[in-house]
Design a protein around this ligand. Structure first.
Ligand code: NDP
Ligand code: 8X3
Length: 250
């Protein structure tokens, strides 16, 4: 039987690439994000390959998030695979200069939004005693880099929550894992720097991971046999050794 995956943050970057990868593998899709036009365009493109439903909501809003998932039509209600991907960094400032709105955004989206979506979907997985949750963490969840403070904190939280989910959902046979990339060339830095020119140089002088590279690893994880759970993946491009060591040719 065809599986259904719900992907948050499917309007760009890793989430969008994962939607394409899953569609090629004939997985039904529920695609989420705030930019409705993009959701519609992706739905149109992927409907040739699989069944696609779109959900347009801001996952900072608890009620909107719960309502959106409750609104799923019958054919998309059973979520077999949850990809908690939506998130971003907002700002890159030393802690003493950090912006409270940036901190709110990162904790509200990367941590609390992930929890709201999970809360809406986990009960059907525990009832069926099956399901697979993959949280998109980051190398920033494994080490802290200068000025990364709150973003790194949010991603460390994602990893702790992932481990907590894996333990609590173990009696139900639900797989839980995290995929943690280093630098991926997406809209991430445009968001982090609010469209500022600092974003231009983040991925220059080396070949960063592409969203598709991460999507392929996510698909690898969801396509393992029933007894295999990929619990945690840390992936970098070849030029990157850790958060602060990147071999650039300028
Ligand atoms: P993008 O900016 O390309 O994608 C972010 C996605 O999150 C968009 O689809 C966006 O959709 C969605 N999103 C953001 N805020 C909200 C919100 N309030 N409500 C609903 N959806 C939201 O970045 P990436 O693809 O790179 O990021 C995806 C994930 O990967 C994030 O969790 C990020 O932290 C993580 N990551 C990224 C790395 C990188 O270097 N790029 C490295 C490691 C991890 P919309 O704006 O339409 O709502
Ligand atoms: C994104 C990778 O190094 O920009 O999570 O924080 S990094």
């Amino acid at each position: 039987m065809k599986k259904t995956a719900l992907i948050t943050g499917a309007t760009s970057g890793i989430g969008e690439a994962t939607a394409y990868e899953f569609a090629k593998q004939n997985i039904n899709l529920v695609l989420c994000g705030r930019r409705l036009n993009r959701l519609k365009t992706i739905q149109e493109a992927l409907s040739r390959l699989t069944d696609v439903h779109i959900l347009n909501f801001d996952l900072r809003n608890k009620q909107d998030t719960l309502n959106a998932i409750l609104s799923l039509p019958k054919d998309f209600k059973q979520i077999d695979i949850l990809i908690n991907n939506a998130g971003n960094a907002h700002g890159l400032d030393p802690i003493q200069e950090g912006d409270l709105d940036d901190w709110d955004a990162m904790m509200d989206i990367n941590v609390k939004g992930l929890l709201y979506v999970s809360k809406a979907i986990i009960p059907q997985m525990t009832a069926r005693k099956s399901g697979h949750i993959i949280n998109i963490g980051s190398s920033a969840g494994k080490e802290v880099y200068p000025k990364g403070n709150v973003y790194c904190g949010s991603k460390h939280a994602v990893l702790a929550i992932t481990e907590g989910m894996r333990v609590d959902l173990n009696p139900f046979g639900i797989k839980v894992g995290a995929v943690n990339p280093g630098l991926v060339e997406t809209e991430f830095s445009k968001v982090r720097f609010k469209g500022g020119k600092e974003a231009d140089s983040v991925y220059t002088g080396f070949k960063a991971l592409q969203a598709k590279d991460v999507a392929e690893v996510i698909y690898f994880a969801v396509s393992r046999p029933a007894h295999v759970n990929i619990a945690d993946v840390l992936m970098f491009c070849t030029a990157q050794a850790n958060s602060v060591t990147v071999k650039k040719q300028l």
